[in-house]
Write a protein of this length. Structure first.
Length: 209
């Protein structure tokens, strides 16, 4: 009996220490209700499936924006044969790229802002890295990349036919003769530069192919 009384005194002291009078009203039930209320008012982070969907969508936006710039460069690159369907695809990408890349950049900013909240440092670093190609694609879509790919040759240098060991017997050339001076422009070089600015026999020449 004395042991039970001492145990009851200990439990009562612990209860008073855990719930001081005046703070919770001395009622353990009111303290429990208070904790439940706090749990209900804690702001929750976006659910994992929602964050995962946003991250996957952002990744797909980056792929789409980069593809709009990379596909025309790959199709219309020097020294490779080109098809009508490939040229049509490249032109379609160039035509739609300025608007689509702008929309992908806006959507990427929205998703990055949504994923930024509650994200860790490495996930925020990935968000910044994802915005770089989106912004780069929006800028590149408004540039004439092909002028840099196929830069006209304005100062050509020549070698005698017997010394041009880089040429094969079956290679095609575009020949120009003027006032006793004859030059030959290899089609492989013309296919890369598109235009060669030169002077033959005192006359300006623009060789193109």
């Amino acid at each position: 009996m004395g042991e039970q009384r001492r145990m009851g005194d200990i439990l009562e002291d612990v209860s008073k220490a855990a719930y001081p009078p005046g703070q919770w009203g001395g009622d353990p039930l009111s303290a429990s209700s208070h904790y439940n209320l706090q749990e209900m008012t804690i702001p929750m982070n976006p659910s994992h499936p929602s964050r995962r969907l946003s991250a996957v969508t952002l990744f797909l936006l980056v792929l789409a924006a980069v593809a709009l710039i990379a596909v025309p460069i790959w199709v219309i690159r020097p020294f490779v044969p080109q098809t009508a369907s490939g040229i049509a695809l490249a032109y379609a990408c160039r035509r739609w790229a300025p608007w689509v890349t702008l929309l992908t950049l806006a959507a990427g900013l929205f998703l990055s802002f949504r994923l930024w909240r509650g994200g860790r440092w490495w996930s925020r670093a990935l968000l910044i890295l994802a915005l770089v190609p989106l912004a780069g694609a929006a800028w590149a879509s408004r540039q004439n990349i092909f002028e840099k790919m196929f830069a006209p040759l304005t100062d050509p240098r020549f070698a005698r036919a017997a010394e041009a060991d880089w040429m094969k017997d079956g290679d095609l050339v575009l020949g120009v003769e003027r006032n006793g001076e004859a030059v030959a422009y290899p089609l492989l070089q013309l296919a890369y530069h598109h235009v060669i600015m030169d002077e033959v026999g005192g006359f300006p020449v623009a060789a193109t192919y």
